[in-house]
Each structure stands twice: as C-alpha cells, then as structure tokens.
Design a protein around this ligand. Structure first.
Ligand code: NDP
Length: 486
C-alpha cells in the first residue's frame, strides 16, 4: 500500500491520540476525530453512528485510541463504559471487515486479575477485576469476532505529555506537598504514549506486507516497577533537572492497595510479557525509565513551570523552550496548563503594552473595584517588578515581593487580583506586555507611594527613579484603601 493510505483516527485528543496525530502523519492522509468532531460523528457513547462515519471516510486503516479510561468512575457508569469500550470497537471492527480495512485497537493489562508474579502472555486467561477491565476485554473479543484484519495492542500505565496521568500528577503534587503516600504492591511498566504511537506507525507497513501477523500483542515498556518506584523515579529525575520539587526521597511513603481507598479494584500483577511482539516484528521495547526521562527533559509535558514566590499566590511562570537551528519556540501562555498546574481558572480580557526608558518607575497601581489579575512579561530589556499584597485579611497583607524579569529569561509573573503592582526599568529601555483579568477603570484606579518607608521596598537604589506626577503624589500604604476580598 502506498503513502496515499487513508487513516481514520478516533480519540485524537487523548494521551495516545495526540501522539498518533504526529506519528501517523507521514503514512498518509489522517482524518483525526474526537467526541466533539463536527465533520463526522465520533461519539462512542452512540456507537451506531460510527458505522456511518467509517462508510463516509472509507479508510484503509482505523486506529482506535478512544476509550472510557476513568477506571474508578467506570464502576458507577458501567453502561457508558460498555458502549465506549465494548460496543463501539465491535462496530468499528464490523465496518473494517465490510471495507476490507485494518483496525488497530488498544487494550489494557486490566483484563487480568493480577494474580501471581509472572508476566502475563497473550494466551493467559483474562479475568478482569473491575468494570473498566471487563468492558475493555469485551471490546477485544468483539474486535476479534468481527474482523480478520485487526491488531490489538494491550498496554499498561500509559503516560504522555498531554492529558492526565500518574507521572504528571506526581510532578504536580511534589511541587505543592511535603509528603506523598504511594501504592507499592501493584507492579507494572509505565509505558510512553509517544513510544506506543511510534510503534503503531512502524507496525502499519509491516502488517500490510505480512497480514498473517494480525492478532493480539502485549506492547509495554521493558522492566517493571511499582507505582511507588515510579513516583520516586519521576520525582528524583525532576529534581535533578531543576524542577522546584519540595518532596524528598524519604518523604515518599509506601501504602498498600488495601490501605489506599480507590473506587475500583486493580490488579497487583500488571506485568505483560512482550515476547510475541518482539519475535513477530523484531521490536525491542525501551526500558520504562527512558521515555519518562525524555518526557521530563522536554518539560514533563508541562509547557510551563510554575514557581511560587515568597507570597505563594504570586507565581513565576517559566515556559518550556524548544530550541533548534532556526531559533526557538515556546508557548508563552496556555490557559489549560495554567489551570492544571495552579488550579486557577483565569480569563484575560485586556492586554497592555508599555515602552519605558531606564530608571522609569511605574506604580504602585491597583483598582479598588474590578481588581485585575496580571500576567507580566518583558519583551525587550530588564525590569524589577513588584507585587504588594493589599487584600484585607490576607495573611500576607502589606507584604511585597520583587522579581527581576528580562526578555531573554522568558519568565512571566502572575499577580492575582488584590495586589498593587509596579516596576522599575533596569535596562536602557524596556518593553512590557501584560494581560489583565479585568478591564481598566480609571475611576477605580488607586496608587500607593513607591517609596513608602512602611513598605521598605527594595528597589534598585543606584538609580533615581523617573516618575509621573501622579506616581510622585500617591498616598502612603497606611492611607490607601485595601482591597476587600470577596
Ligand atoms: P485518554 O483517556 O487519554 O484518551 C481517551 C480518548 O477517548 C480521549 O480523547 C477521550 O476524549 C476519548 N473519549 C472518551 N469518551 C469518548 C466518547 N464518548 N466518544 C469519543 N471519544 C471519547 O486515554 P489514553 O490515550 O491513555 O488511552 C489510549 C488507549 O490505551 C485506550 O484504549 C486505553 O484503554 C488504553 N490503555 C490506557 C492506559 C492508561 O494508563 N491510560 C493503560 C492501558 C491501556 P475526551 O478527552 O474528550 O474525553
């Protein structure tokens, strides 16, 4: 088959789906869909509609990365999990057969009951412990029953740069908590979504050449660990790479599955034997640590890092920068990532740009109504940026933090609503761009004197600041109205 092959990808926005969008691209035309796609129906909770989609697209390959993967939640939604994980793959398989197309489907270690310590082979009898495992097993069975050109890859403990997964959860917790308790009696292999997607792309031409290799395969990273070992590895590596991790090795406690309250029972032995995959396709899965190290090196999937300042709500955002010989690229802001990392749902409505000469000091400004959260970045030059907490009843009211920001550092400062803000230019000139969460209301604008001795802000003293008349005449902190937190 030539590169004109048509590939229909379901679940394009999942951990694996995102990586597949990348890895499948060189193989032909990829029609990538997810539950909300408008061009073709792709909602797996209405499996019957999928037949129409397959008939309209007429693909050579169907890649199914869509699944109901919320293991605990599935216990309370067995019908929905069944529709998505069992019925939908069955329909895709029937349609693939009708067209003479291939179906590549993913399944899970959770089809096994987790007994023993030997890695499970493809011929071992499944006996799932939970709704997720049962529905995934039925999905496999329906695929096998309905079509001849299929490949099922059973995998385990998938992590990727997108979506939620254990590695990213641990990274988050390690930056905010002092101690962690992690299950140590479930054993498996953390498997990279990037590797699985690359494997998928590599298998497609191989199967086209040798259709007799169709079947069920275990596809996981090499080696094994517990969730506890996994957490320790991720956190230790992150620390080595300079992540602001608070948790030390000794702070990561072990707990047993029985102590750890989860909605669904999980297998203790999730080891999957990959002998069949290696023998059939000559593919050697990488050690589980390899992909994790790669993911961490490129920002742990987080396109920005968040470091709290001495006032914990004032945050320094450092983007993950991708360099190559053309220059560099980074996401300077991503609302979803910001929410994942901070729990703050921010919505910016205005963006302001200022150009200032050396020693210009603007501030300290705030709005007493319509308080603005601000995200500040320097496009050119260097500034000393100050945030003063003026939220009445805040534990840090009257305290300030100062941070040096420069264009080359690409860092930004998040100042939540309820702070006064000011900066002083340290370079010959500086261009500052900042987004705000509320509009500018001149009638609500107030200012606090920049050099109020009560505040003792540590401005760079070697320069005499250049001030506007208004900023020279601001009231002192004690005379200024505080922001009433709602
Ligand atoms: P994700 O949960 O990251 O992605 C699943 C995808 O399915 C998402 O894009 C999701 O969309 C989509 N989806 C959910 N409900 C529907 C629906 N009703 N209609 C259409 N699409 C829907 O899973 P992974 O990428 O991690 O998993 C890929 C495969 O690997 C799955 O088959 C999974 O069972 C298997 N697997 C995963 C493991 C893991 O640890 N994650 C372990 C072992 C196997 P949305 O985001 O909009 O909900």
């Amino acid at each position: 088959m030539s590169v004109s092959r048509k590939i229909l990808l379901f679940g394009k926005n999942g951990q694996l789906g995102r990586e597949l969008q990348r890895s499948l691209q060189p193989l032909g035309q990829v029609i990538a869909l997810d539950v909300d796609s408008s061009e073709h129906a792709a909602d797996f909770s209405r499996p019957q509609q999928l037949a129409e989609t397959v008939r309209a697209v007429q693909p050579d390959w169907i890649i199914n990365a869509a699944a109901y993967t919320a293991v605990d939640k599935a216990e309370g939604e067995p019908e929905l999990a069944h529709a998505i994980n069992a019925e939908a793959p069955g329909i895709l398989a029937a349609e693939a057969e009708r067209l003479g197309a291939w179906l590549l489907h993913y399944s899970t270690d959770y089809v096994f009951d987790g007994s023993g310590e030997r890695p499970w082979t493809e011929t071992d009898a499944p006996a799932p412990l939970n709704v997720y495992g049962r529905t995934k097993l039925e999905g496999e069975q329906r695929v096998v029953a309905a079509c001849s050109r299929y490949l099922i890859l059973r995998t385990s403990w998938v992590y990727g740069a997108y979506g939620s997964n254990f590695a990213r959860t641990m990274l988050n917790l390690a930056q905010t908590r002092e101690t962690l308790a992690v299950v140590d009696d479930q054993i498996g292999a953390p498997t990279s979504a990037m590797w699985l997607a690359d494997l998928t792309a590599a298998l497609i031409p191989l199967l086209e050449r040798q259709p007799a290799l169709a079947g069920l395969y275990h596809a996981v990273a090499a080696g094994e660990t517990s969730w506890h070992g996994y957490a320790k590895f991720v956190i230790a590596q992150a620390k080595l790479m300079g992540w602001p991790v608070k948790v030390g090795d000794a702070d990561i406690r072990t707990v047993s599955s029985s102590e750890f309250a989860a909605g669904a029972r999980r297998p203790l032995n999730s080891r999957l034997d990959t002998t069949k995959l290696r023998a059939a396709f000559g593919i050697e899965p990488p050690d589980w640590r390899t992909g994790l190290t790669e993911m961490l090196k490129t920002g742990g999937g987080f396109l920005m890092r968040v470091t709290p300042t001495d006032i914990p709500e004032v945050l320094i955002l450092s983007p993950n920068v991708f360099n190559d010989n053309r220059g560099y690229f980074c996401e300077s802001f991503n609302q979803r990532t910001f929410r994942q990392l901070t729990g703050i749902d921010v919505r910016f409505v205005q963006e302001n740009y200022s150009h200032s000469s050396k020693a210009v000091l603007r501030g300290l400004h705030y709005q007493i109504e319509h308080a603005q959260g601000k995200l500040i970045r320097v496009l050119q030059g260097r500034i000393y940026d100050v945030a003063l907490d003026i939220r009445r009843y805040s534990p840090t009211v009257g305290k300030w933090v100062g941070v040096e920001l420069c264009a080359e550092g690409l860092q930004q400062l998040w100042i939540p609503p309820g702070f006064a803000h000011g900066f002083m230019v340290l370079s010959d000139t500086a261009d500052i761009l900042y987004k705000t969460t509320d509009y500018y209301y001149p009638e609500h604008e107030r200012c606090i004197r920049w050099n109020d001795p009560d505040l003792a802000i540590d401005w760079p003293t070697e320069m005499t600041p250049i001030l506007s008349v208004r900023d020279e005449n601001c009231s002192g902190y004690a005379q200024s109205p505080l922001y009433e937190m709602k």
